[in-house]
Design a protein around this ligand. Structure first.
Ligand SMILES: [Zn+2]
Ligand SMILES: [Zn+2]
Ligand SMILES: [Zn+2]
Ligand SMILES: [Zn+2]
Length: 258
């Protein structure tokens, strides 16, 4: 289930905002408290809150007597006292994102949306995915029913959102494990595909040889003068070795020819 909740307080309230100066308002307003402690007090007009505190350090509520919310952050305080309450409620809340498919959990047909990762709006199930992964409208679907994402790691891989179903690491390993030689002059090792935080191509003779490169987000499009592969990325062509300038130099030369 979704644990996060947005709290809403509506009624005739006095709102006091104190920082370097002090402002006091009175009106029939709606206060929204987000799970990250952002507090927004809205009146009848426009999109902008009358008063707000972004990601307060604390928000406390006191139901004795007049309903009071107190939000504090550094030297700022926001107090909301309800003289007459029209409503107070908690509503389940999730991040909003682009719809990408349908949840495949048993008894759940919720919408899957992508914000930072992919999550189900109904049951809260999450799939962590690489930030550069793309999920297109015309994506293919895995046998399990989940959409596939496209991730470029040397080649464009289409794999299930659920890493336990289809593993991106395994696909990259199958394609590139031992594909390239370690560039150290006195090392005869192959580069293995490993996960060290992110995916890396690292020398098989680790720890004697600590050569290793993060797999770039892009597809292999050639060979660098240093012998390693070059990758076509959003930022242009680059060597597997991010510190190698030979691929970049050649790229600039090629560009200046036309
Ligand atoms: Zn679900
Ligand atoms: Zn699957
Ligand atoms: Zn090596
Ligand atoms: Zn290079």
């Amino acid at each position: 289930m979704i644990d996060d909740a947005i709290r809403v307080l509506a009624g005739d309230c006095t709102v006091i905002a104190e920082a370097d100066d002090r402002s006091e308002y009175r009106g029939r307003v709606t206060t929204i408290v987000k799970p990250d402690n952002t507090v927004l007090v809205h009146d009848i007009d426009g999109y902008q809150p009358v008063a707000w505190l972004t990601r307060a350090d604390s928000v406390s509520s006191d139901r004795a007597g007049d309903f009071t919310l107190v939000a504090k952050k550094d030297t700022q305080t926001l107090r909301i006292a309800a003289h007459e309450q029209d409503g107070f409620a908690h509503y389940p809340a999730s991040a909003a994102g682009t719809p990408v498919g349908t949840c495949q959990n048993e008894d759940c047909a919720g919408e899957l949306v992508r914000s930072k990762g992919v999550h189900c709006v109904d049951c809260g199930t999450r799939y962590g995915i690489p930030t550069d992964a793309t999920i297109k409208d015309d994506q293919s679907y895995c046998d399990c029913g989940l959409p596939r994402m496209r991730v470029e790691r040397g080649l464009a891989f289409d794999v299930c959102l659920d890493r336990n179903c289809e593993s991106l690491d395994e696909a990259v390993r199958e394609a590139f494990d031992r594909e390239w030689d370690c560039p150290e002059s006195n090392c005869d090792g192959d580069l293995r595909i490993l996960r060290r935080g992110g995916l890396i191509a690292g020398c098989e003779h680790y720890p004697e040889c600590d050569t290793g490169f993060a797999m770039p987000a892009g597809v292999v499009d050639g060979e660098c003068d240093c012998g390693l592969p070059t990758f076509e990325t959003h930022g242009g062509t680059r060597c597997l070795d991010a510190t190698c300038d030979r691929a970049v130099a050649r790229h600039v030369e090629a560009a200046s020819d036309d």
